[in-house]
Design a protein around this ligand. Structure first.
Ligand code: HEC
Length: 231
């Protein structure tokens, strides 16, 4: 028995590592899947900044439109390629080009929030910092030696790693709070694409609770009715 425990304890650090890698810099994303406005903003921001390189091949525009109750204009604003609204979200970049240009092909992100967690994505987008030794001039705290350029630098500003380990960005189009919300919206959207049924489950959940409530009242009244004659 003791041996089994010893082995289990020895494995713990490995398990913790497998769960997330460099977790020290991961902070809570505080996303809210019921916030449709945030999801809509996130969808638009993803299409504008990320879809050139990353696909969402298990997700269709139409599905997003339905789930997020988008108007026709809102949906067509999402589509930057000649794709039809019923098609999957592919990126313009082919895997081979991606690997050649960036050293690693930009992966499909449909399931990224389930692979890495929303908190990880949020932290990843917040921890790019200037590092002249890297090919794109930036590095990342949660993804060391990353092959992705800091595509949101224009919005965040130039992020400089301070001595105390924090990152301060200056000269961006957004304030620090606005940038946090911007990447939170993208993260929220990616959490949704990883698990679209979650939205449905929450909708259904309300109906189920409502049904149980009414059923309870009916059952209670019936019980009263039956026992009236007995007493
Ligand atoms: C210019 C192309 C390009 C753009 C635009 C781009 N990325 Fe990337 N991204 C990459 C590449 C290349 C990698 C792979 C990096 C590596 O493996 O070193 C990557 C990796 C990632 C990863 C980590 C994937 C993993 O390995 O688990 C995430 C998350 C991600 N990108 C999110 C985004 C988001 C969100 C946006 C939009 C704000 C975006 N990317 C825009 C090229 C891009």
């Amino acid at each position: 028995m003791k041996k089994v425990f010893a082995v289990l304890i020895a494995c713990l650090p490995a398990l913790a590592y497998a769960a997330g890698g460099n977790n020290e810099h991961v902070v809570s994303a505080n996303i809210d899947l019921t916030d449709k406005d945030s999801l809509k903003r996130g969808a638009q921001a993803f299409m504008d900044n990320c879809s050139g390189c990353h696909s969402l091949q298990y997700q269709r525009y139409q599905r997003i439109a339905d789930d997020l109750e988008m108007t026709e204009d809102e949906v067509s604003a999402l589509i930057h390629t000649d794709a039809k609204v019923g098609e999957q979200i592919t990126s313009a970049l082919s895997g081979d080009n991606g690997a050649q240009w960036f050293g690693a092909a930009p992966p499909d992100l449909t399931l990224e929030a389930r692979l890495k967690s929303p908190d990880w994505i949020y932290s990843y987008l917040k921890t790019f910092y200037v590092d002249k030794s890297r090919p794109f001039g930036v590095n990342n705290l949660v993804f060391p030696a990353v092959g992705m350029p800091h595509v949101l630098e224009g919005l965040q500003g130039t992020p400089v790693l301070q001595e105390d380990g924090t990152i301060v960005a200056t000269g961006g189009a957004l304030t620090a709070e606005e940038y946090d919300q911007y990447v939170r919206d993208i993260t929220n959207f990616l959490a949704y694409t990883g698990e679209p049924v979650k939205l449905e489950r929450e909708r259904l959940g309300k109906w189920v609770l409502g049904f149980l409530f009414i059923f309870f009242i009916v059952a209670y009244l019936l019980k009263k009715e039956y026992w009236r004659d007995v007493h």
